[in-house]
Design a protein around this ligand. Structure first.
Ligand SMILES: Cc1cc2nc3c(=O)[nH]c(=O)nc-3n(C[C@H](O)[C@H](O)[C@H](O)COP(=O)(O)O)c2cc1C
Length: 209
């Protein structure tokens, strides 16, 4: 089938398949702190890496949520790797708590201090990235009208990896079992990979995604 996005047949497709097609999306489990020192933790699946040099990652907030506000105030955030083992707690941190009430406590998660930024890390997560906000983009539609979405981009300045997952210089990511978001109520887990070489002359992996 083909349909113009805004003309989807809701009898055939009652739920918008957009997010099911752009899948799996890594989970941006983002911790932030505001100027008052209040701490926030929430998952964002409009999340990804956008550049290797500088290393940039970003999450998109649908509306003005605490993670956006806190990151805007202090220009810092931490990405925590959400894993299969932490799936329930990750989901719990998406609860709409009143501002200032920490999702760490709500989800029963222990904090660990960061080194270069103020927001704490999720101690039980096997990897975290400490980031400085580089820009916050208020996303527009094709007519130039502002949407409700803001993309927060940050440069990675600190990297934490649980040493027990490093074997012969390679991070065994599949052993961490990263969670990823699909459409509808679906998630998946990265627990298997395969190798494929880029075509001759295409350069090495640092030149692309
Ligand atoms: C797996 C998952 C992915 C989510 N992705 C997003 C997202 O990309 N953008 C968004 O605005 N909300 C997303 N949410 C909802 C937010 O986590 C939720 O609104 C949360 O309360 C926001 O918290 P905050 O106000 O503390 O930042 C997601 C929730 C879950 C469980």
């Amino acid at each position: 089938m083909f349909y113009e996005y805004h003309l989807r047949d809701k009898a055939l497709l009652p739920h918008d398949p957009f997010k099911a097609l752009i899948a799996p999306r890594p989970v941006g489990w983002v911790s932030t702190m505001n100027r008052a020192g209040e701490i926030n933790l929430a998952p964002y699946s409009f999340f990804n890496a956008f550049s290797g040099a500088p290393p940039l990652i970003g999450f998109s907030s649908d509306g003005v949520k605490d993670s956006l506000t806190f990151a805007e105030e202090t220009r810092e955030f931490v990405w925590n790797l959400a894993t299969w083992d932490l799936r329930g707690q990750m989901s719990d941190t998406s609860a709409p708590l009143p501002r200032g009430q920490s999702e760490f406590i709500h989800a029963g998660l222990e904090m660990a201090p960061s080194k270069l930024v103020a927001p704490p890390r999720v101690k039980a997560s096997p990897a975290q990235l400490e980031c400085k906000v580089t820009e916050i983009i208020h996303l527009k539609n094709m007519d130039g009208g502002y949407s409700d979405n803001r993309l927060v981009l940050g440069q990675v300045i600190g990297v934490w990896i649980d040493d027990s997952y490093i074997e012969n210089g390679i991070v065994q990511v599949t052993r961490m079992k990263p969670l990823a978001r699909c459409g509808y109520q679906d998630y998946t887990v990265l627990d298997d990979v395969f190798q494929m070489r880029r075509p001759a002359g295409a350069g090495n992996a640092s030149g692309g995604g």
